[in-house]
Ligand binder design. Structure first.
Ligand SMILES: Nc1nc2c(ncn2[C@@H]2O[C@H](COP(=O)(O)OP(=O)(O)OP(=O)(O)O)[C@@H](O)[C@H]2O)c(=O)[nH]1
Ligand SMILES: [Mg+2]
Length: 289
């Protein structure tokens, strides 16, 4: 898919700038998971700008397209507010990479940002193995894991994590949650409780609700973002499995719809396989620039 995408893009950009050029462009954008509505919008804007600016070369059309797509994308560096307690809560449906992301970010914040006092909070009490999975990440990255038994109340685990972090002067809690979507009212109830507990301890700006989305799920990622946002108001997104053949066209789609940023992208299963989302790089990769 990756090869055929860049090949198709190359083909489009070696044709004439005529009506079929724009049609092919629209199709290709849809194929990249950008979504039909946005693909049409982007192509229409491109057509308009090319005409208005009297753009003649395909190279300049590509740069114009880059600018237009860039308008829809929000990039933000997610850095904990130092010397304060910060809580990053990871949400998302089953198997998207929440727990793995926590392990990778513990490593990232430690190695890249010099933050040593990080706590991993085992808020996924739904799956017995989830607690052990987080403990393994804790051991690997050298960070403390706060957990309770399988089936415990996630709010109570977060509460314990906060108390423990406050006692030791920690700066960052990375909190796991169970993969779900099945029951929105349960999710809202559970999150309301967690919100209350968290906001008793930290300021709103030090609390981030982060949605993890698997880019291989394509446009379905947008539905997940809409549903989670409606339930809990998310602050930003981590996109995982960007090392797959999926093009991540879901990024402009979500930013445009929800006006929230992407923070990180996951590029593999290893501890180092996460990087801050970089809008410029992302568009260049998408367009093969
Ligand atoms: N290739 C690749 N695999 C990833 C990436 N992120 C996560 N995975 C894999 O996806 C699978 C699921 O990851 P988890 O972290 O367990 O996902 P989760 O969201 O915590 O899953 P649940 O707790 O069951 O909801 C694991 O096999 C991860 O190694 C990524 O960026 N690239
Ligand atoms: Mg998990």
């Amino acid at each position: 898919m990756l090869k055929s995408f860049s090949q198709k893009l190359k083909n489009i950009f070696s044709s004439e700038i005529d009506e079929s050029f724009y049609e092919d462009m629209e199709d290709l954008l849809i194929e990249s998971d950008i979504g039909a509505v946005l693909a049409i919008q982007i192509t229409d804007r491109l057509k308009e700008q090319v005409k208005k600016k009297k753009i003649k070369t395909l190279e300049n059309v590509k740069l114009e397209l880059k600018d237009i797509i860039g308008d829809y994308i929000i990039e933000e560096e997610l850095i904990p507010d130092r010397d304060k307690l910060n809580i990053f809560l990871f949400l998302g449906v089953n198997g998207v990479g929440k727990t793995t992301t926590i392990g990778r970010l513990a490593n990232y914040y430690n190695k890249q940002k010099g933050i040593e006092n990080i706590v991993l909070s085992a808020g996924d009490t739904f799956r017995a193995a989830a607690i052990d999975q987080l403990k393994i990440h804790g051991e690997r990255t050298g960070h403390r894991v706060v957990s309770q038994q399988h089936g415990a109340d996630p709010g109570a685990v977060i509460y314990d994590s906060i108390k423990s972090a406050q006692a030791k002067g920690d700066e960052l809690i990375l909190a796991d949650t169970a993969g779900r979507m099945h029951n929105k009212s349960n999710l809202i109830k559970e999150l309301e409780k967690i919100n209350k507990i968290v906001l008793n301890a930290v300021a709103q700006e030090n609390y981030k609700k982060i949605l993890v989305i698997d880019c291989t799920t394509g446009q379905n990622g947008l539905n997940q973002a809409l549903q989670f946002n409606e339930a809990v108001k998310i602050d930003g997104v981590v996109l995982t499995k960007y090392d797959s053949s999926a093009k991540g066209g879901i990024i402009p789609s979500i930013c445009n719809k929800l006006k929230i940023p992407f923070y990180f992208i996951g590029v593999g299963e290893g501890l180092e396989d996460i990087k801050p989302f970089n809008k410029e790089l992302y568009i260049n990769e998408l367009l093969g620039i």
